[in-house]
Ligand binder design. Structure first.
Ligand code: FES
Length: 119
């Protein structure tokens, strides 16, 4: 089974996700952007624990949107509530990675990695 390259901006960190290893942890859907991020040391907020109820895990997809599971109506409703929400926004806990993808973590959602963030 092929592995997927997942890039997190603005850190510019690219990890290689192995679908055969899903789930990595117990945050979000197996193989979700949140599951992968936390497994590789990319801290994304996830106040509700990864059940699609808080929108703190909001990320913006900048490439490879077609390689994510399609959003449900419930996800779209929830992500609209997030600061900086855009048509390319997803909830990291519900977007399952099925190919190469690049996402940007909004500034308000990356306190733990701010030392690596762009100004
Ligand atoms: S962690 Fe709460 S919506 Fe994703």
């Amino acid at each position: 089974m092929p592995k997927y390259r997942v890039t997190f901006q603005p850190m510019g960190k690219t990890v290689e996700a192995d679908p055969a290893a899903y789930p990595y942890g117990d945050h979000g859907l197996p193989g979700s952007l949140l599951d992968i991020a936390l497994a590789f040391g990319v801290p994304i907020e996830h106040a509700c624990g990864g059940v699609g109820a808080c929108a703190t895990c909001h990320v913006i997809v900048t490439a490879g949107e077609e390689n994510l599971s399609p959003p449900s109506e419930e996800e779209l409703d929830q992500v609209e509530l997030a600061p900086e929400s855009s048509p390319d926004s997803r909830l990291a806990c519900l977007a399952v990675v099925r190919g190469d993808v690049t996402v940007r973590i909004p500034g308000w959602n990356r306190n733990a990695v701010s030392e690596n963030a762009s100004p």
